[in-house]
Design a protein around this ligand. Structure first.
Ligand code: NAP
Length: 459
């Protein structure tokens, strides 16, 4: 870099989800140094989990994309959709063109429970089901047998809530959303009538947030059922809450007690919310026929309230199991990875290996900190990373690209990914999808294969 020239750096961001967009927004705000941002995604479409993860019946949450669109309008922003890192372009390729690279690839894998029977037919990860009903091209061919009357969702985080809620929604409710067409058709025929959610700890430790839990009690066609035994706080949790008063947890516990007090059983479906139970085995010879669970008690181990099994077991007969026990980051070729935490090795967002900081490489979002928090959490996370990027840029601790001009990067990427989607291509697809939705009163009808997306914009 020439010391007398104004500092202007080129940055590649990998992953166009919330973390990628917040990182781009922060970078493009900086006046000194100035940044040019190229945002890559393996899908032709932007927005990551806002498009492929947020539940279709949570349309308001998706309005956050308006903020991302404002970022995309910046003159120094470019989008390269349908470009996959390490199959179309490698990290080594990117180092030829960019001063800094930021990995915002999220947590693309799901965690296993680690019990026998997880690989039986009709045992799925929630991740697959969520991506399927949201029309993610890589998941649209997954099959879910919704002809079974009983489904069990393991976990009580917000993803488990989403899965349980979608299984309990009526066709009438879903048909005004942007759910994938094929999923709408199959859910309309669903025979699922009983959905169990299994929390291994008690109501005070449930991972779901209060507004999401409250919504479960308001489903038009599903009664929520919680036994008074499950809703009651165990003595250790009661003492813990007395010692660590927390308004949100207290409200959560109250909410679950309110659910336990509801005696109505008038609706077509039932959502059974269970606490202090862990799955020990998914039963069946080829396909799922049930799940064996064990009753837990809560013990304080160090600072944490942990579940430990009692001798009380029970079998829930069911034909479908969704494990919703959290996501896991996926290692990126040629980038240091902490396998235990399933994140890119980093310090505050700077990628590090055994020799220390790797100049010019950063992370933000779930691949930096693990799969926690809501969409907005990624904003502060990106701010932290960008502050370090600016600091390093000012002290000239960047990668030194051999071809730093935007045209060189552009022609290289186009040569590797002939079907890439620019931001203008995405805007065209967005328009096509929303127009298709209008006659049916839906926010959009999604294209759900890459070929369909490419064909749609080339018409
Ligand atoms: P999560 O919040 O970490 O919940 C994971 C759940 O799985 C917890 O109930 C956990 O119980 C349970 N679990 C873990 N290991 C288990 C095991 N071996 N056996 C039984 N249960 C087990 O993860 P998530 O639901 O995947 O959500 C990921 C993030 O996305 C969260 O921050 C979430 O809030 C966010 N999200 C937000 C929304 C929204 O705002 N509407 C929607 C979807 C996702 P323990 O607590 O006992 O570990």
């Amino acid at each position: 870099m020439n010391d007398s020239a104004p500092l202007r750096l080129r940055v590649a961001i990998i992953g166009a989800g919330p973390a990628g967009f917040y990182t781009a927004e922060q970078l493009l705000r900086s006046e000194d140094p100035q940044f040019e941002v190229d945002l890559f995604d393996q899908l032709p479409t932007p927005y990551g989990l806002v498009r492929a993860g947020v539940a279709p019946d949570h349309a308001k949450i998706k309005n956050v994309t308006r903020k991302y669109d404002a970022t995309a309008r910046h003159e120094s922003f470019r989008f390269y959709g349908n470009v996959t890192l390490n199959s179309d372009v490698s990290v080594t390729d990117l180092r030829m063109f960019y001063h800094q690279i930021v990995y915002c690839t999220g947590a693309q894998e799901d965690r296993l429970i680690g019990i026998p029977g997880e690989d039986l037919r009709h045992s799925h990860s929630a991740t697959e089901f969520v991506a399927w009903y949201n029309g993610h091209p890589d998941f649209r061919d997954r099959e879910f047998d919704l002809s079974k009357p009983v489904a069990v969702v393991v976990g009580v985080g917000n993803v488990a809530v989403d899965v349980a809620r979608i299984l309990c929604r009526t066709c009438e409710e879903l048909k005004t959303t942007d759910i994938a067409d094929y999923a709408l058709a199959q859910l309309a025929e669903s025979a699922v009538e009983d959905v169990y959610m299994l929390g291994r700890r008690g109501p005070a430790q449930a991972a779901f947030t209060n507004p999401e839990a409250k919504e479960l009690g308001e489903l038009p066609d599903a009664d929520i059922l919680v036994s008074s035994r499950d809703a009651a706080l165990d003595p250790v949790s009661r003492q813990w809450l007395a010692d660590n008063p927390d308004r949100l947890t207290e409200r959560k516990v109250e909410l679950i007690e309110e659910f336990a007090g509801m005696s109505s059983r008038t609706k077509r479906k039932r959502l059974h919310l269970r606490f202090l139970v862990s799955p020990v085995e998914i039963l069946g010879s080829e396909e799922v026929t049930g799940i064996r669970i064990v009753r837990n008690e809560i013990n304080l181990v160090g600072e944490r309230l942990r579940p430990s099994p009692t001798s009380e077991t029970e079998v829930i007969d069911c034909g479908l199991v969704f494990r919703s026990v959290g996501y896991r980051g996926r290692a990126i070729e040629d980038v240091p990875f902490d396998d235990k935490r399933a994140i890119v090795r980093n310090e505050g967002g700077r990628v590090v290996d055994d020799d220390g900081f790797r100049p010019g490489e950063y992370v933000a979002g779930w691949i930096k900190r693990g799969p926690t928090g809501v969409i907005g959490t990624n904003k502060a996370d990106a701010q932290e990373t960008v502050a370090l990027m600016i600091e390093d840029a000012k002290s000239r601790r960047t990668n030194l690209p051999t071809q730093p001009g935007p045209a060189a990067a552009d022609s290289f990427i186009r040569s590797r990914s002939p079907d890439l989607f620019s931001w203008a291509d995405w805007q065209r697809l967005d328009h096509i999808e929303t127009e298709r939705g209008k006659p049916c009163g839906r926010p959009r009808i999604k294209c759900t294969t890459r070929d369909e997306m490419i064909a749609a914009i080339r018409k």
